[in-house]
Write a protein that binds this ligand. Structure first.
Ligand code: ATP
Ligand code: MG
Ligand code: MG
Length: 371
């Protein structure tokens, strides 16, 4: 009945907590927010900042192992914890994923493709020839998510204005690519030879936010296999411990380019909750505890649809239609306030074939939007 520690109390921490408790562990969540989705479910909720020395010492003293649910936890906190308890992923792995410049350099250095990019750290960096990277997207190197901190630019002048608008903080300028589609792979790795990948998800975004994931991805089997191989290759190169999400762009000729990574379970892996023997949070528990990752076998085609605060009106949406279906599963994150663009939950629809399942999921989504 060991205690596991989780840095961060969002929905990913909540789903980790549910998995850990089902597997017989207790959980301590560190999150300053008294209403965090995971805090209320945890055995212990430490309400303190992620770099609070006393809270970190308590985690180290009481937890057999500690992990994180978001990449922006200070790498220094992970280093401090790792002196006294088991920590995965490592501070080094997390710090790569925290910074788009380090991330892209690392991935390219591992021999894997990334979108053509330039590091823009100062205004001077904008004086070089940008033409090979325009039209492009200027992205903050740190702290962006759901498409926040990104500006589309077509000219040098627009790039300069965007850099100023982003506060002249370090950025990458990425060439805008023609995407055939986007896919992602979740890897779980305990150590050498103890690695699994989940089936490839096909991801569709709306306004920069993941909207739906379709599994199996509608790409050629060879493309799916290549994505899994590339994700594995990256995890091996990093000697990664834990759950790693790898986002890919699929280009016109079925070329695969790594977009970004996340050192944790990922929204595009929520389909595993209902459609795989082990879900991504169970893998997070297993890898954290030094156990080999479990089977990732897909039990049926599945479509995951995100539920954003946009469809919460005065009250939460009526779930009766969704709940009356024999093949749909609702997951809500227990957030008290709904806001536009805020992830409040998701649902999974399971079916016999991917196209009919997608059609059913889209119909449900439409009904929830326009009751
Ligand atoms: P996340 O919430 O996944 O962390 P993020 O804010 O880190 O999102 P990215 O993954 O960099 O953002 O980009 C968000 C989306 O914008 C991508 O999934 C893709 O649809 C589009 N996009 C990003 N970069 C490019 C590019 N170079 N060319 C074309 N489309 C792009
Ligand atoms: Mg990101
Ligand atoms: Mg992304």
């Amino acid at each position: 009945n060991a205690m596991l520690g989780m840095l961060g109390g969002g929905q990913l921490g909540r789903m980790f907590t549910i998995a850990a408790r089902a597997m017989g562990y207790r959980v301590t969540v560190l999150d300053p927010d008294p209403e965090s989705p995971a805090g209320g479910l945890a055995d212990v909720h430490l309400r303190a900042a992620y770099d609070d020395p006393a809270a970190l010492d308590e985690l180290a003293a009481t937890c057999a192992a500690v992990t994180t649910e978001f990449e922006n936890v200070p790498a220094e906190s992970l280093r401090r914890l790792a002196e006294r308890t088991r920590v995965s992923p490592s501070a080094d792995s997390v710090s790569i994923a925290q910074d788009r410049i380090a991330e892209k350099r690392y991935i390219a250095g591992a021999g894997l493709a990334v979108a053509p990019f330039l590091a823009i750290e100062t205004a001077q960096d904008l004086e070089q020839d940008l033409s090979g990277h325009l039209p492009g997207i200027l992205k903050l190197a740190r702290l962006g998510y759901d498409g926040k901190g990104q500006i589309r630019v077509a000219t040098v002048e627009e790039t300069q204005a965007a850099f100023a608008q982003l506060g002249q903080k370090p950025c990458v300028l990425e060439r805008r690519l023609n995407l055939k589609t986007e896919v992602s792979v979740i890897v779980a790795r305990t150590g050498p030879g103890e690695t699994t990948t989940f089936p490839v998800a096909e991801n569709q975004h709306e306004a920069g936010i993941l909207d739906i994931s379709i599994v199996p991805a509608r790409v050629a089997p060879a493309v799916a296999q290549r994505a899994r191989d590339m994700a594995l290759q990256l995890a091996e190169a990093m000697d990664y411990r834990g759950v790693l999400a790898v986002e890919f762009f699929v280009l016109g000729g079925d070329e695969l380019v790594i977009n970004e990574i996340a050192p944790r379970p990922h929204n595009s892996g929520h389909y595993t909750l209902d459609a795989c023997i082990n879900d991504q949070f169970e893998q997070q528990v297993r890898t954290l505890c030094g156990l080999p990752p479990g089977s990732t076998r897909l039990l049926s085609p599945v479509v995951m649809v995100n539920l954003l605060g946009d469809i919460w009106r005065d009250d939460e949406p009526a779930w009766d239609k969704l709940l009356s279906l024999p093949n749909a599963k609702l997951h809500l994150y227990g957030k008290k306030t709904a806001r536009i663009g805020r992830k409040m939950g998701h649902f999974n629809v399971l079916g016999d074939a991917v196209d009919s399942t997608l059609a059913q999921a889209l119909e449900l989504k439409r009904m929830l939007q326009n009751p």
